[in-house]
Design a protein. Sequence first.
Length: 182
Amino acid sequence: MARRSSIEDLPKETQERLADLIREGWTLDEITQVLTDMGAQVSRSAVGRYVQKQSMAMLRYQEAQQVAKVWVDRIEAEPDGDVARLLPQMLSAVAFTTIDAMSDAEDGAGSMDVALMARAIKDMSSAKINHANLELKMREVREQERRKALEDAAKVVGEAARAQGMDEEQVDFWRRKVLGVK
């Protein structure tokens, strides 16, 4: 296991100030000086490693946001499409991969991290079940609407056929054979 960074041992308010300085684009020398002025005993190289690590994390976060936006746009365009059905499985795979990576990390995964990922997996499973139930309900609604439309059409056909002088047997033929309504 790698040695713990001196940056991680800093008080929370110092770490928050460090995060602000990084976001504001301060140089390593400027950041090191500010931290030293705040009473922190950190080296320029420790600050450099920390800034690099945070920059990489931010880059990964931004890339993930861009990918997520593409997926969200695809799902919005086709809410019942293949992408929407595939998304829960993809998220589960990402969650399991993340848990695996957390357990392999040098500093190990904290129980809060694992609990958070477990909760995310549980929520995704619930979302998958809810999505399946919603699809089933939508199919039932569409089927009811289709049946109602056919019954309405059969009624109109029956009235029109009778108006043309057809008997009930002929009306029944058109309903059953053409419209599929009994």
